[in-house]
Write a protein that binds this ligand. Structure first.
Ligand code: HEM
Ligand SMILES: *[C@@H]1O[C@H](CO)[C@@H](O)[C@H](O)[C@H]1NC(C)=O
Ligand SMILES: *[C@@H]1O[C@H](CO)[C@@H](O)[C@H](O)[C@H]1NC(C)=O
Length: 390
């Protein structure tokens, strides 16, 4: 059912931000029957994610439990498991009357930057770049680069190989244009590349002839809320992302799993070791300085190439999240809320990290945020007055 007031409310709340979110909400807003994959408010919890993303896209529970749990800790409310699929919403917190003062939960874009969301996204901007720096809005220039690359490589359709090469180009672009580019392990390797693969694995259309999926520019643009004018110029409209009509998701017996996410991330490190460097620019363009991976991983890995082994990749991500958890939480929560949330790490976060694989004798890693003073882009902020669209 089309309800103007609700549409306005959703947009004002910032519910519509990343395509995976907005399009689900849009489906609810604009069409009958109302599929209801995710709630209109843009504030989700574990059940919404585990059920909705399976039904809509065939993303299985190993993946959704891990993503949901980590995101509720770093960008949302670890107590209730709620988080905002856009920028900050005052509906996530369950900390009681002091609410936002004890823990201003960010949502996944805007001030959520560096905890899940990272630079060099498919079409979103780098949050601390000199221009085109909304990490919620999508930029036609980056979409055009992707479509041009697909045209050159396959004649038009977007494939996993095209996405991996696009990620390489996007990272090179950030190094060359953003003095504050920074790529930590979780947001910069796992998440950013995970999103690149979701864009094919979850958004591709499926048919009897092409059961593994095929992704035309038209389907991709509709998911991402793009249109093209007569001259071929791309136009992005915030908040109108949608699932195309007559689009078919992955088959139930071919789910996308957490293991698939880890394997495909490891494959990107094999093809493009530069994509898997941890570090950033030091305040000027083209000044990328990488961390010594042996140092931050306690000797568990020694070079980006080592991450091409999926088992090591899974363990490296778990290790990095554990090491960075105190900085992530300290940046958002304070006082009694911080104590309460830290108390949930063992019981709630650890079981989700265990899904990344079995890692016997894994040494403790070092937080990159504890050693990042030379990287201006590594300074996290929990809140502020920036317009998330700009
Ligand atoms: C619990 C589930 C999910 C969480 C927590 C999540 C979170 C995120 C985050 C933090 C980003 C920003 C990454 C970056 O900075 O590059 C992102 C981007 C993205 N996500 Fe998700 N996501 C989820 C599920 C999905 C699903 C189911 C899809 C597809 C159906 C999807 C597709 C995408 C795409 C295509 C982008 C890239 C947007 C762009 O750069 O233009 N995500 N997601
Ligand atoms: C998806 O693929 C099917 C089968 O080829 C086709 O009929 C349908 O039009 C496609 N959907 C879109 C949105 O392109
Ligand atoms: C919480 O964060 C939002 C977005 O950054 C900001 O507008 C709001 O003022 C913050 N609230 C408090 C109490 O700091």
């Amino acid at each position: 059912m089309f309800d103007k007031a609700l549409v306005a409310a959703v947009l004002l709340n910032g519910a519509a931000a990343f395509p995976h979110i907005a399009e689900l909400v849009a489906k609810q807003k604009l069409e009958e029957p109302n599929h209801g994959y995710l709630p209109r408010s843009g504030v989700v919890d574990a059940d919404d994610i585990n059920t909705g993303l399976w039904e809509a896209f065939g993303l299985d529970k190993t993946a959704t439990i891990f993503l949901q749990t980590a995101t509720s800790f770093f960008n949302g409310d670890p107590l209730s498991g709620r988080w905002s699929i856009g920028y900050h919403s005052d509906k996530t917190q369950s900390l009681g009357p002091l609410g936002d003062l004890l823990g201003n939960e960010t949502g996944i874009c805007a001030y959520g930057h560096l905890r899940s969301e990272g630079d060099a996204s498919i079409t979103r901007g780098d949050w601390l770049a000199p221009d085109m720096n909304s990490n919620c809005a999508s930029y036609p220039q980056f979409m055009q680069e992707l479509l041009d690359l697909a045209k050159a490589r396959t004649g038009g359709n977007i494939t996993p190989q095209v996405m991996a090469e696009h990620q390489y180009n996007r990272k090179q672009h950030s190094v060359a244009t953003n003095p504050n580019y920074f790529s930590p392990p979780y947001a910069g390797i796992a998440f950013t590349f995970g999103a690149h693969m979701f864009a094919f694995e979850l958004l591709a259309n499926h048919s009897a002839e092409e059961p593994r999926g095929f992704l035309t520019p038209q389907v991709f643009m509709e998911f991402f809320s793009y249109t093209q004018d007569d001259a071929g110029n791309l136009q992005y409209t915030y908040g109108h992302e949608r699932i195309p009509d007559n689009w078919y998701r992955r088959a139930n017996d071919d789910p996308w799993t957490l293991t698939d996410i880890v394997i495909s991330t490891a494959q990107q490190c094999a093809s493009y070791p530069d994509n898997c460097k941890v570090g950033g620019n030091t305040g000027e363009v083209n000044s990328f300085d990488g961390f010594d991976l042996g140092d931050i991983s306690g000797g568990f890995i020694n070079a980006a190439e080592d991450l091409q082994d999926p088992q090591r990749m899974g363990c490296f991500i778990a290790q990095a999240i554990r090491a960075d958890t105190p900085s992530f939480l300290d940046n958002v929560f304070s006082g009694a809320a911080l104590t309460q949330v830290l108390g949930l790490v063992g019981t709630k976060l650890e079981p989700a990290l265990a899904l990344l694989g079995d890692c016997p004798n894994l040494p403790a890693g070092k937080s990159v945020f504890g050693m990042s003073s030379k990287y201006p882009g590594a300074q996290m902020q929990g809140s502020g007055s920036r317009n998330p669209y700009k």
